[in-house]
Ligand binder design. Structure first.
Ligand SMILES: Cc1cc2nc3c(=O)[nH]c(=O)nc-3n(C[C@H](O)[C@H](O)[C@H](O)COP(=O)(O)OP(=O)(O)OC[C@H]3O[C@@H](n4cnc5c(N)ncnc54)[C@H](O)[C@@H]3O)c2cc1C
Length: 309
């Protein structure tokens, strides 16, 4: 609720962005879970200049700026998010393709959908992103999360990242400075990704289409369809699968409110319609405790719990 923010900040954001500064915006509209209370203010900058201005304004008022991409890896608390929630507008979704030795360099805006970029690459006979078929969300969120599946991840194809640093200044992170770990890019604190450069290699489009179709078929067979979720709730512990451990603990189908541990894939907690963040969290707590008691493994969340609870 905007009352928590300095009025001068809300006024300045409105003066800069007009209706693209939205006090009290319900975040359930912006998350794949369809869960989440209101943002103090949600802003949708359309240019790097506007983004820099938003970050500088927030900093000048001592208020945190928090990035939201497609909202497909976050569980936003029922009380919403304090501070300035920044979601990059469509102007950050441009994708450009430049031929490069044995393939192409692709610059994809942070707000572009990762799956769309992956399909466009396959259509052009460019290999490296087929694994991303079925991963929802944006290129910026995928870079931040080092999103991966079926043996691939962003770390293998991302060669540089354009962004804006905490001071609101444009900056590129490349070469040795761009490093990753499991489900996380190591970026400077407060760094906002505005575009990612991928190095993709040329390959037979028919082979790439077949590889992508295989990934799609695997997902359809293994994951729940239709009900809102944020994908895998827990990271896979070394040498094991979180879903296997949760299933072995007898928790498939467990319910809290309108949230449920999926019968199809035990590492998915789905919103059956009207679930609250606290329902999902209650199931996460149960899974962590029971798996710990049965298997001695403490499951680490992959989904990010953000906002106020
Ligand atoms: C059905 C389903 C299947 C999924 N399958 C997979 C899978 O196979 N593999 C996988 O890795 N994930 C999977 N996910 C999780 C999710 O889709 C990925 O983590 C995705 O890359 C997140 O992107 P997003 O844009 O939605 O990010 P968000 O959820 O909006 O944000 C994630 C994090 O990135 C930060 N962030 C977002 N944008 C930026 C930016 N521009 N600059 C800086 N930081 C930013 C946010 O602050 C947040 O900390 C799945 C989710 C669903 C719902």
């Amino acid at each position: 609720m905007s009352a928590a923010l300095p009025t001068a900040l809300v006024d300045a954001l409105r003066a800069t962005l007009g209706t693209r500064a939205r006090p009290g915006e319900p975040l359930a509209r912006h998350t794949s879970y369809r869960i989440g209370g209101p943002a103090d203010v949600l802003v949708l900058p359309a240019t790097v200049g506007e983004l820099g201005a938003v970050l500088r304004l927030a900093a000048a008022h001592g208020v945190r700026a928090i990035l939201l991409g497609g909202g497909s890896n976050v569980l936003v608390g029922d009380a919403g998010m304090r501070g300035v929630v920044v979601k990059l507008g469509r102007a950050f979704a441009a994708v450009s393709w430049t031929p490069h030795a044995g393939g192409a360099r692709v610059r994809a805006g942070a707000a572009a959908q990762l799956g769309r970029v992956a399909r466009a690459a396959v259509a052009r006979g460019l290999a490296g992103l087929e694994y991303a078929e079925g991963i929802p969300g944006t290129v910026g969120g995928a870079l931040f999360m080092n999103a991966g599946a079926y043996g691939g991840d962003l770390a293998r194809v991302a060669v540089a990242v354009d962004g804006v640093d905490a001071a609101g200044e444009p900056r590129t992170v490349a070469d040795g400075a761009l490093t990753f770990r499991y489900r996380r890019a190591e970026l400077p604190a407060g760094f906002v990704v505005t575009a990612v450069h991928f190095a993709l290699r040329a390959d037979d489009p028919a082979v790439l289409r077949a590889r992508m179709a295989e990934v799609r078929a695997h997902r359809l067979a293994a994951q729940p369809q239709g009900a809102p979720s944020a994908g895998s709730v827990f990271k896979n512990p070394a040498g094991d699968h979180a879903g296997r451990l949760i299933e072995q603990a007898g928790l498939k189908g467990s319910r809290a409110g309108r949230a449920r541990i999926s019968e199809r894939h035990a590492n998915f907690i789905v919103n059956e319609g009207g679930a609250r963040a606290c329902d999902v969290k209650a199931l996460m707590d149960v899974a962590q405790r029971v798996v710990w008691e049965r298997s001695g493994v403490w499951l680490e969340p992959e989904v990010q719990l953000v906002g106020s609870w």
